[in-house]
Design a binder for this molecule. Structure first.
Ligand SMILES: CC(C)(COP(=O)(O)OP(=O)(O)OC[C@H]1O[C@@H](n2cnc3c(N)ncnc32)[C@H](O)[C@@H]1OP(=O)(O)O)[C@@H](O)C(=O)NCCC(=O)NCCSC(=O)C[C@@H](O)CCCCCCCCCCCCC(=O)O
Ligand SMILES: NC(=O)c1ccc[n+]([C@@H]2O[C@H](COP(=O)([O-])OP(=O)(O)OC[C@H]3O[C@@H](n4cnc5c(N)ncnc54)[C@H](O)[C@@H]3O)[C@@H](O)[C@H]2O)c1
Length: 720
């Protein structure tokens, strides 16, 4: 894994551990042996460390964390590098990250390909750069820059790294040749002033000020996360303590993080990010064996909230869009709105004015469907009404060329019921964007019974092209996100009837780490949306909903949200919802005594006695109900693996990444506990049938030891 090559008086240690040259145990052993060998070899006068393939090491091997650590640890390897009597030059290319950058900081010199990037992304894994990165970097850059680089985890490009003193020289030609030439030029020069452990932090006197400022910033930006705080404590140690003591403190802070639930969740999330887009159908078709069609043009039908933002997703990556609305007034409004959104992106420096112009040049608005005959892909985003969608799909089927894919942005409707309206069910699928679609990263792609593998390959591929995290799910009511999230909404409202207030529920879930509690979310999207869906469903079923309605088809029902609608409290858009706002569309939510009165009088009129609802019950009723549904989603094969569900929650529903997602969280709570509590609530609330425990959950919980999350589906689903 580390090749030892001697060329004249230079020993080259070439790390060869594809794909990213992670510093796995064999690499660490190879580096240590290489340094020792080169120091013993009388013909060698300098040592170059370089990566083979596309990159210098991009970090420690993340898969080794959580397993018993194997020596030599990276710190020991690094200390041998620094102690070398012969100059060691790290020659960087690609992405020299984490432990890779630490290897470079142990070296006496660092040169780098001018296109390379460096950084300490450990914080994103819930860790800190634990091989002395937090105490070596400040010695080069000063405290403020080191704090920013380490707590953000951002990559720094080579010219910037040169400016900060992290690098000694940039190389534009052959890196290895240049590294050897550089090595020759430093032979015989004193090394102590190149050993970072011998150098002081130049602005150590200002550490308390930098620490306080940075701490306030990370507490605001990374609420609830412990890694950024430990990073800062360790950097403070670099300035306040002698080097050896600072290293000891760093190791202790690193250990605390390594064994934390947050780091386990973030490491899981790292691999889940990479695994979720790798789709596989029950037929065996998969990303490995199916080619996507090339999409060169798109039509978006319906230019409302979603359609307009979906159009932006395509045009900003250079894919032309035909946007179709019912009439010219609505169309012109939408085009104006799109222009304004893009203008906002220019202001925020997300795109340039030129990019905005180019995007708008490839957007064309129309009021007739006939215009879409030539596009490769249609995304329909009209009202959530099955009959309307079926009519539109029937027409599209006639108008569009036979190879075109017809997709719906429906948030709940069965894709199969839409596909039957066409003669091309293999080319019909769901592309479920999340609001605001131009910002939210998630794309929940939905396949139906007849959706072909190449259609799936194409929607997954186009999702990636437009910068989304695409996850494939099978069609069902609400798919994964809305199906599971419905339980959160229901339980939240039921708890209002039983004793909680909106701000109580939201606070508990936000303290847990959710981006927003369910009531703040409803106020943002508008409670009129849910009201319309409830009324429509009741109409379909011939049911009359009143304030006294407490059960619908035997299921518990709360009319509290309907009362809100009748009061015109639609949320932010009317300046009043579950909260009060200073004016319509204002963002800051204030608890509203009027809402307390509405809830109290609702309870009185229905004879419901209110009680105190403890925070743990709020967590359990909202999250355990969703988790139970998640297991049903897995047992039905709606989602192929737990990672897919967790990625959907992280990118679509604001679940804290440092808790991994609801399924990973369940694995940390323990499936026995989850199962027991689900059974308890099913007993307590028999009229909320979603509490009926999932078979998969029951079976997994029945094992004498916890079944690891990566075995949930393989171990039990096939036997159900
Ligand atoms: C590098 C990237 C930017 C490349 O991106 P790209 O898009 O090109 O590729 P992919 O992301 O798809 O990756 C390809 C492939 O490689 C896998 N992979 C990537 N990086 C790693 C990795 N670091 N380890 C393992 N595997 C990796 C990836 O999963 C893909 O494979 P897959 O099969 O999933 O498709 C990008 O990949 C990237 O950003 N990578 C992560 C970079 C990173 O986070 N680096 C930091 C790692 S953490 C670290 O380095 C810690 C160090 O500070 C060292 C700390 C050691 C401390 C020792 C101290 C004492 C020990 C104390 C012991 C305590 C116990 C006791 O007390 O007993
Ligand atoms: N709003 C959300 O948060 C959200 C999120 C995900 C998915 N969705 C789904 O996206 C779809 C659209 O939702 P929305 O919030 O954008 O609704 P919206 O009411 O804002 O927009 C729908 C648009 O479709 C247009 N339209 C209706 N019939 C049409 C026709 N025959 N031809 C052309 N245009 C027509 C309407 O004029 C309207 O502008 C729905 O299926 C919804 O379930 C919504």
């Amino acid at each position: 894994m580390v090749d030892y090559i001697v060329d004249g008086n230079i020993a080259v240690l070439e790390i060869n551990n594809p794909p990213v040259n992670a510093l796995s145990i064999h690499v660490r052993e190879g580096l240590l042996t290489g340094i020792q060998k080169a120091n013993q070899d009388g013909s060698v006068q300098a040592i170059v460390i370089i990566g083979k393939g596309s990159t210098f090491p991009s970090g420690a091997d993340i898969r080794e964390f959580g397993k018993p650590p194997k020596e030599p640890w990276l710190t020991a390897v690094g200390e041998a590098i620094e102690a070398s009597e012969k100059p060691v030059i790290s020659a960087l290319h690609g992405t020299a990250l984490g432990g890779g950058l630490e290897v470079a900081l142990f070296s006496h010199y660092r040169i780098a390909d001018e296109r390379s990037r460096v950084g300490f992304p450990e914080v994103k894994l819930g860790l800190l750069p634990g091989a002395q990165g937090t105490i070596r970097l400040p010695r080069l850059t000063g405290l403020a820059v080191a704090m920013r680089i380490i707590t953000s985890g951002d990559h720094i490009n080579a010219p910037e790294a040169l400016k900060y003193g992290i690098l000694d020289k940039l190389i534009s030609g052959n890196l290895l040749q240049e590294a050897k030439t550089f090595a020759k030029s430093v032979i015989g020069k004193p090394l102590d002033n190149r050993r970072l452990s011998k150098i002081a932090v130049r602005d150590a006197a200002t550490v308390d000020k930098h620490f306080d400022e940075a701490l306030a910033e990370v507490k605001r930006k990374y609420k609830g996360m412990i890694a950024p705080v430990n990073c800062l404590k360790s950097i403070r140690g670099s300035a306040k303590l002698p080097f050896v003591e600072a290293a000891r403190l760093e190791a202790a802070l690193f250990r605390e993080l390594l064994t934390s639930a947050q780091s386990a969740a973030l490491r899981y999330s790292f691999f889940a990010d990479r695994s979720a887009p790798r789709w596989k159908l029950p037929s065996g078709a998969s990303i490995e064996n199916t080619k996507p069609d090339i999409i060169k043009s798109v039509a978006v039908i319906g230019a409302g909230t979603m359609g307009s933002a979906i159009a932006i997703c395509f045009i900003r990556v250079g894919i032309p869009v035909l946007l179709v609305e019912q009439n010219d007034k609505l169309l012109q409004n939408a085009l104006k709105n799109i222009g304004q959104i893009l203008q906002g992106s220019v202001k925020l420096n997300r795109i340039t004015a030129d990019q905005r112009k180019q995007s708008l040049q490839i957007l064309r608005g129309e009021t007739s469907l006939d215009i879409v005959s030539d596009v490769d892909l249609v995304v329909e985003a009209v009202f959530e009404n099955l009959k309307l969608k079926q009519e539109i799909f029937a027409r599209l089927d006639k108008i569009c060329k036979p190879s075109a894919l017809l997709c719906s942005n429906t948030s709940t409707l069965d894709i199969d019921k839409i596909a039957v309206a066409t003669n091309r069910p293999g080319k019909v699928a769901g592309m479920h964007f999340f609001a605001p679609a131009h910002i939210m990263k998630l794309l929940e792609n939905v396949y139906g019974t007849h959706t072909s593998p190449s259609t799936v390959a194409t929607i997954m591929d186009i999702g990636k092209r437009i910068g989304k995290v695409s996850v494939l799910v099978r069609t069902c009511d609400g798919f994964v996100a809305n199906r599971m999230n419905r339980m959160v909404g229901n339980e939240a409202v039921f708890m209002l009837e039983e004793g909680a207030l909106p701000q109580d529920v939201d606070r508990v879930l936000e303290d847990f780490g959710m981006a927003m509690g369910p009531f703040r979310v409803t106020d943002l999207s508008g409670s009129d949306v849910g009201w319309r869906i409830r009324q429509e469903r009741a109409k379909e079923q011939g049911i009359q909903l009143t304030y006294e309605t407490r059960f619908v088809n035997g299921e518990r029902y709360s009319s509290l949200p309907d009362r809100l609608y009748e009061l015109g409290r639609y949320g932010q858009k009317t300046g009043k919802g579950w909260y009060r706002y200073e004016k319509p569309f204002a963002r800051t939510a204030y608890p509203d005594p009027e809402i307390t009165d509405v809830i109290n009088s609702h309870c009185r009129s229905l004879g419901i006695e209110r009680r105190v609802i403890p925070p743990q019950e709020i967590i359990e009723r909202c999250l355990f109900a969703a988790i139970n549904e998640g297991f049903k989603v897995l047992e039905e094969g709606v989602a192929e693996k737990p990672e897919n569900i967790d990625i959907i929650w992280q990118y679509g529903l604001g679940f804290p990444r440092y808790r991994g997602g609801p399924m990973f969280y369940a694995s940390q709570v323990g499936l026995k506990t989850i199962y027991e509590r689900v059974c308890y609530y099913y007993d307590a609330f028999p009229h909320s049938s979603y509490w009926a425990p999932s078979d998969l959950l029951r079976k997994l919980a029945s094992h004498s030891t916890e079944v690891p999350i990566d075995q949930w589906t393989s171990k039990e689903r096939s036997r159900l």
